[in-house]
Design a binder for this molecule. Structure first.
Ligand SMILES: Cc1cc2nc3c(=O)[nH]c(=O)nc-3n(C[C@H](O)[C@H](O)[C@H](O)COP(=O)(O)OP(=O)(O)OC[C@H]3O[C@@H](n4cnc5c(N)ncnc54)[C@H](O)[C@@H]3O)c2cc1C
Length: 413
């Protein structure tokens, strides 16, 4: 196929690489501008360095895991579904495996394999990667003509794809500049918020337990204004100097709006495998075994060390009360704490600490079938720069890949 059309892709992340590959496969000259010396820096740190590359599920399940503008993604997901992502990487020689929650990872547990496969595929397809920081778009009479880099050098092209990512983890390169470029084209940017982000706690006791990771706990997120549980999850959380982090906390954060109002309480069930009655039996047994011990010295088998002084203080039972003096009411109250350890949420950590950015280029100004701007002809968007974001599970990368494929193919058309 003749290579007459030049497609300029701003950003060499998951979406940009996928867009460039598909533009090149469809016969375009694809050029990627990446401001870092290496592309896909964020991809390297995904999934704690293992890269949860997609979710082994159907399109409707992806859609259910997208809280913001899910319907906008139908077309892109129909064109490039999770199974296409898996086929794509396996065809490049990356063996994949599916874990709990249908999360797909490279069998090697190494995100580097995903990055290398993408970059090699782009090079093989004929894409050129330039280390350039793009500062503005060249638009004439409502038609895109090219881009300009930080030194004022102009690059002309037939179409341009903005794939600059969001505003989270700016050290990886996604510092929100995609929004500046989109605004230059007349686009509106919806409110930018952190999502999948650690939570700041009101109580100081989280800091006392800093570093403590609880692997099998259940959480209920209580909206105290509505007196309603808005989210429940089971898995791992970590206490930090500011509050709470870990997988189930990040997921919980995307179910909270304006936590600064302190209306959310996270109730941690420290012993989800035991009923209240089973816990009562267990405590009765422990207290009878340690009947002459101080209360605070009787909990070693039940709880991690860092948690004991905190929960004892919250129980208001004197730490030096002998076990055989603890009353039934005190024991019941203590069981209540084991089943619902309370942490009041004061807010999100800043967007720089968020896994994804919620908000971005208004999708009402983008054609969902092509990812083309409705305002500037020949301008396209792909990935997190748009106002779409998902829960954890590989869905955010799937969005980057699906929208990247559609943008790349449409830009080359
Ligand atoms: C710690 C962490 C773990 C994550 N783990 C997962 C996971 O396991 N699974 C999952 O699905 N999602 C995960 N995500 C989310 C996922 O990484 C992002 O949603 C996805 O990378 C977005 O892809 P993107 O291409 O739109 O943006 P990015 O991957 O951020 O790529 C944007 C690229 O554009 C470049 N760029 C920006 N501005 C310019 C400019 N002006 N000129 C030139 N280049 C520019 C940047 O340097 C960057 O390389 C994780 C995110 C983080 C932070």
């Amino acid at each position: 196929m003749s290579r007459s059309k030049k497609v300029l892709v701003i950003g060499g992340g998951a979406a940009g690489l996928m867009a460039a590959i598909h533009a090149a496969w469809d016969g375009a000259d694809a050029v990627i501008f990446e401001k870092n010396s290496q592309p896909a820096r964020k991809l390297l740190i995904t999934g704690k360095g293992r890269c949860n590359v997609t979710n082994n599920c159907d399109i409707d399940t992806v859609i259910r895991n997208v809280p913001t503008n899910p319907r906008f993604l139908y077309s892109a997901l129909n064109r490039f579904a999770p199974e296409d992502t898996m086929d794509f990487f396996e065809s490049l020689g990356v063996k994949l495996k599916t874990e709990r929650g249908n999360r797909v990872f490279p069998a090697s547990d190494n995100a580097r394999d995903i990055v290398d496969a993408l970059v090699k595929c782009a090079e093989k397809a004929g894409c050129v990667i330039y280390e350039k920081n793009i500062k503005s778009l060249i638009i004439k009479d409502g038609i895109i003509c090219g881009v300009k880099d930080a030194n004022g050098v102009e690059y002309l092209g037939y179409s341009v794809i903005i794939a600059c990512g969001g505003a989270s983890y700016p050290k990886t390169g996604s510092d929100g500049y995609g929004y500046v470029l989109a605004r230059q084209a007349g686009h509106t940017i919806t409110r930018i918020k952190p999502s999948l982000v650690p939570l700041v706690a009101h109580e100081g006791y989280c800091a006392k337990m800093m570093g403590l990771s609880l692997k099998n706990v259940k959480i209920d997120v209580l909206d105290t204004n509505q007196n309603k549980v808005v989210y429940t999850d089971f898995g791992e959380l970590i206490f930090t100097h500011f509050g709470l982090s870990g997988p189930i906390i990040l997921s919980a954060s995307s179910h909270m709006t304006e936590p600064e109002r302190c209306q959310y309480k996270i109730m941690i069930d420290l012993k989800p495998a035991l009923t209240t009655e089973q816990l009562n039996t267990r405590l009765l047994r422990d207290f009878s075994e340690y009947k002459n011990r101080d209360f605070i010295n009787s909990l070693d088998k039940l709880l991690p060390q860092k948690l004991i002084p905190v929960i004892v203080e919250l129980s208001r039972i004197s730490p030096h009360k002998k076990c055989n003096e603890i009353t039934r009411a005190e024991r019941r109250k203590f069981i209540g704490l084991l089943k619902a350890f309370p942490v009041t949420i004061r807010g999100f950590r800043p967007i720089t600490d968020a896994i994804v950015t919620s908000g971005g280029v208004n999708v009402r100004e983008i054609d969902a079938k092509t990812m083309e701007s409705k305002l500037v002809s020949g301008l396209y968007f792909a990935g997190e720069v748009m106002d779409v974001d998902a829960y954890t599970g590989g869905f955010n990368l799937q969005i980057a890949f699906s929208t990247g494929v559609v943008a790349g193919e449409s830009a080359a058309y």
